[in-house]
Design a protein around this ligand. Structure first.
Ligand code: PMP
Length: 343
């Protein structure tokens, strides 16, 4: 029995996935009369590869993991939702999450009618490991971590992540959406050590592909098989798969964007520090800054009036008085600073 088989919802364990005639034919060339497609309007007339074999092989080579350990989704929001659907019985099971963190863990839980037990971070935005473990009971199937965390921006201590993985009896979802901005800090090289670990990454941030929706979940082959059988068959469209393949040929371009954005983050932070209404900035391992200001709501609204949109996080637990600012291009950051200087 797999580590997680006893955790799976029985209907998911029993599920027979949707099958297509092309499961038995993997060639690119052929006369395809099996799926009621239109023979005209190539290449978009054909359904995309439901198993995303070419793209997975390329991601596997770059990430140094086996293709069988990769699930690809319509953004990383898709595997978040699928984890609930695979493991959590609506109205019965629960999950534990750090707080504050990315809002979709709660929204996906609400859609699936699952209780979220939130455990506040410490004052320095690290995890309270004993409290997280104590919040779990026999019906706690998932535990959500996010490192670097949104909206606090920081990475968690590796020893704490390890302690959660060892101490928690369910599945741990470690969301690394911003990890490309924290080189060397990914937990991915240690994936095989923990059968209960799922690592999420995305093409939406450092890879600059938010509009095409491509997220990754790295996990044991057994868990990847479960997620694959419950996803919509054609969850990744042809354009997304092709564009990602091209982008993956130029990893150095992504690395240059990251370098530029990390440099801009420091420039932006230094300039923000000079503004009289900026009270505090938090250390960031990501492409955004969490900034404590006087009158955060008024600053947010003032900027909207100048067509500059940032995120008001001032009513979020432990982020009182804070604005979250994405690091933009040098020109965008200049526009932001010019506006703020006139506030
Ligand atoms: N995780 C975190 C922590 C995020 O901040 C976001 C996007 N804001 C996502 C996941 C979602 O990413 P995707 O675009 O891949 O769905």
């Amino acid at each position: 029995m797999n580590y997680f088989e006893k955790l799976l919802r029985p209907n998911i364990a029993r599920l027979k996935p949707y099958s297509s005639a092309r499961d038995e034919y993997t060639g690119d060339e052929g006369v395809f009369l099996d799926a009621n497609e239109n023979p005209f309007n190539s290449p978009y007339n054909r359904y995309p590869d439901p198993r995303q074999r070419v793209l997975k092989a390329k991601i596997a080579a770059i990430k140094g993991v086996e293709p069988g350990c990769i699930f690809l989704g319509n953004g990383s929001d898709e595997p978040i939702d699928l984890m609930y659907r695979a493991f959590c019985e609506p109205g019965v099971d629960n999950v534990v999450s750090i707080d504050p963190t990315y809002g979709m863990y709660q929204v996906a839980a609400d859609i699936n009618n699952i209780e979220v037990r939130k455990v506040l971070l410490t004052a320095d935005y690290q995890m309270d490991v004993p409290a997280l473990l104590a919040a779990a009971d026999d019906n706690t199937k998932l535990l959500f971590l996010c490192s670097p965390n949104n909206p606090t921006g920081n990475c968690f201590h590796i020893a704490d992540i390890e302690a959660i993985l060892k101490g928690f009896k369910g599945m741990v979802v470690l969301d690394e959406a911003y990890i490309d901005f924290a080189p060397g800090k990914s937990f991915l090289p240690r994936l095989a050590e923990f059968p209960n670990l799922v690592i999420l990454q995305t093409f939406s941030k450092a890879w600059g592909m938010a509009g095409l929706r491509l997220g990754m979940a790295f996990a044991s082959p057994e868990l990847v098989q479960v997620l694959s059988k419950i996803k919509y068959p054609y969850n990744l469209n042809i354009l997304t798969q092709q564009t990602a393949l091209e982008l993956l040929d130029s990893v150095s371009e992504m690395e240059n964007w990251v370098k530029l954005l990390l440099n801009e983050r420091e420039v932006l932070s230094a300039e923000l520090a000079k503004l009289p209404f900026v009270k505090k900035q938090y250390p960031s391992d990501s492409n955004f800054l969490l900034v404590k200001t006087e009158e955060p709501r008024k600053i947010y609204q003032y900027l909207v009036g100048h067509k500059i949109i940032i995120r008001d996080r001032s009513s979020v637990a432990l982020c009182e008085g804070c604005l979250r600012i994405t690091v933009g291009s040098p020109d965008e950051n200049r526009q932001l600073l010019d506006a703020l200087k006139k506030y």
